[in-house]
Design a protein around this ligand. Sequence first.
Ligand SMILES: [Zn+2]
Ligand SMILES: [Zn+2]
Ligand SMILES: [Zn+2]
Ligand SMILES: [Zn+2]
Length: 801
Amino acid sequence: MDLPVDEWKSYILQKWSLLPTAVQLTIATAETLSDVFLLSSSLLQPEDEMFLKSLSRGYFVGKDPGAPLFYREEGNKKFQEKDYTGAAVLYSKGVSHSRPHTEDIALCYANRSAALFHLGQFEACLEDISRAQLHGYPERLLPKMLLRKAECLVALGRPQEASQTITDLESNLTSQASLALSPFQTLQRNLHHLKMKVQDKEAVTETLPAVLASALENMDLREESEQVSSASSSVSLGTDPSKGRCLVATKDVLPGELLVKEDAFVSVLIPGEVPPLPHGLGSRWDTRISNGDLYCHRCLKRTLATVPCDGCSYAKYCSLECLQQAWELYHSAECPLGGLLFTLGIFCHVALRLTLVARFQDFDKVIRKLCDEINSRAVCVPESKHPVKTLSNGLGEHETSGSAVETPVPGCDVNGKYENNYNAVFNLLPHTENHSPEHKFLCALSVSALCKQLQAAGFQALTAGLKSSKLKAAVAPDLCPDLHIWGVALLRHMLQLQCNAQAITTIQQTGSKEGIVTSSQQVRLATGVFPVVSLLNHSCSPNTSVSFVGTVATVRASQHIRQGQEILHCYGPHASRLGIAARQQKLRSQYFFDCSCPACQTEAHAAAAAPRWEAFCCSSCRALLQGEDVLSCSSGSCTEAVRRDHLAARLRDLQRQTGLARELLRSGELEKAIQQLSGCQRDAESFLWAEHSVLGEIEDDLAYAYAALGDWQKSAAHLQKSLTVVEARHGPSSVEMGRELFKLAQILFNGFEVPEALSTIQKAEMVLAMHCGPCSDEIQELQQMKSCLLDLPPVPVGPSA
Ligand SMILES: [Zn+2]
Ligand SMILES: [Zn+2]
Ligand SMILES: [Zn+2]
Ligand SMILES: [Zn+2]
């Protein structure tokens, strides 16, 4: 997903293996990225480009005239089944394949407005109605849609507009009465009801809930750091001799404090795991729902009412504003290249977008640095020691003004300020020397092919945006071809991304449709570049937690951080999820460093003991079993000893059994599932340590099954046990603990265990606010539960949905 598709990857690696050793060696030992790029791109042959093009054609990204009808019919089927979300998505797919101002697009918008109406999304419904009208919705179908519009306006408490719409509707009906439409009478009847409703409804003044308003205040940085934009004044930029740049606390920081709030410099939505359809085979149309259908491709807002790009079928936005901004900043260049960008992978796409967005910034300095590198190729001066001065022709004005002088901390401006800008992005480390030569070759050929297509599409080159005309002259094509600058910049970004790309995640609800107890899981939504967040170094047990709202990342302290301490976050391998060996391996291969965080140090010294959540217990006395191949009981009086492979086989068998139980659970056979799970639980307790994660998962499943049966007491009892396992593994203030507490709160709420529910809600709120901020959906739901419990009379009533 991050890198090019496998076919292209193996094609290029094959090409690499056939290169003469001398050529491989020249590329492997090239001193600068520009050398790598120039050497590699000179080897890109027309047949390579042909092959890449054939792969790109596997992705269907254009508008298909047959698709709107197909998707509308599929959507209508979902609509009949009352799956309004599914219907809305299919209508959206129809919209994105329609040309503007056609009956196709108008009908798709109109149908989607009906689905949105049933989902209670009245504002979105109204927007779709006006879109349908804008694109020429047929007169003959108008009455039904106008009725829906009036209903929406009533529901939104806008009776005047509703009356106006009804008047329009009436005049429309009289003009069409001669047609003797069969649904005419139904319409008349509905219209009558609606009029009554409007009369009943007094104008309602809308007010922002006070709770929400106060919560919003806690979402912003109280005071911004003067040195680092998007960071709070509790943070300063430092440098560490071994780790390079880092962020340090300037004062004592309490858990939950907001430290960084940064909008992505760029982000690229990951459309989802939808493999390309083999060309020429079967239907080109795909009714599966992916993230690409559910989120705005620019701001990552979740929406069912997307508006598509006029030129392609894959870029969709939440609003016209997002569509226009994306078009101006980058999509006008990307639009015709959709298939190629899918083939070359997300990193290549992010790299391209970085350079496209950079055109709108003052990036002369960066370009000069690049030109400099390219022009100095023959001299072979090492990258880092190479002063800007060598490119003296015509560039004197900048040198004397001082702006070309590098500041001590890379990425900062002349005043030492670090900002979310292209200069900072450019200065993120590419780790050129750490990547394998094959990998650099693959990246270089990929960006080279991309550049050629951009050029073929007649796209304005990177340097067209340069402010200094002298600089433009200096990068004259013969000396330093434009495309080379672009290619080198793209290559640099692609290599940077391996260590600096930030996965933008969101929480998606899973579990029962009825929403009695919701589980949630974190999913990767997009890849973004955040120059300030990138300053954070890694720890396997970090002192912060990172979360996202749209394209904005927030970093909050997850524990007390003392003044002068480094602020750290986890790059992925967390001490509570992976053992030290696996973590070290991952950090070394992806990030090129050996971790020496406190967690790694303690674990390295502890005599290779397996973590508690993978431990076994003695079958006779329940004490912890210890050892390598043969485990013996840790209690002195007991002589029990078991072979590890025997225990491993038992565990595998247990996991097969729990897998069967989960199938039963999914198919709704609750009693059978409980029976099966209880057997698993007894078996698990006889040989797994009480804090073993598998035991916790069984308890969690039992809690789910009982909740589905409405037995809240038993459900809560099992969830409590699962909670102790989660706490032992992830710690009392971890986000995992927060999610589990949230589930327990829902169960206690449903069971009307008022005091327990209230105290659990409070605990869950504290933990989740620390990780997700006070405005997250979960916190708001907890607050609703709380006010519901406090307000309602002490009579058990069914909970509201
Ligand atoms: Zn948007
Ligand atoms: Zn487009
Ligand atoms: Zn570590
Ligand atoms: Zn024992």
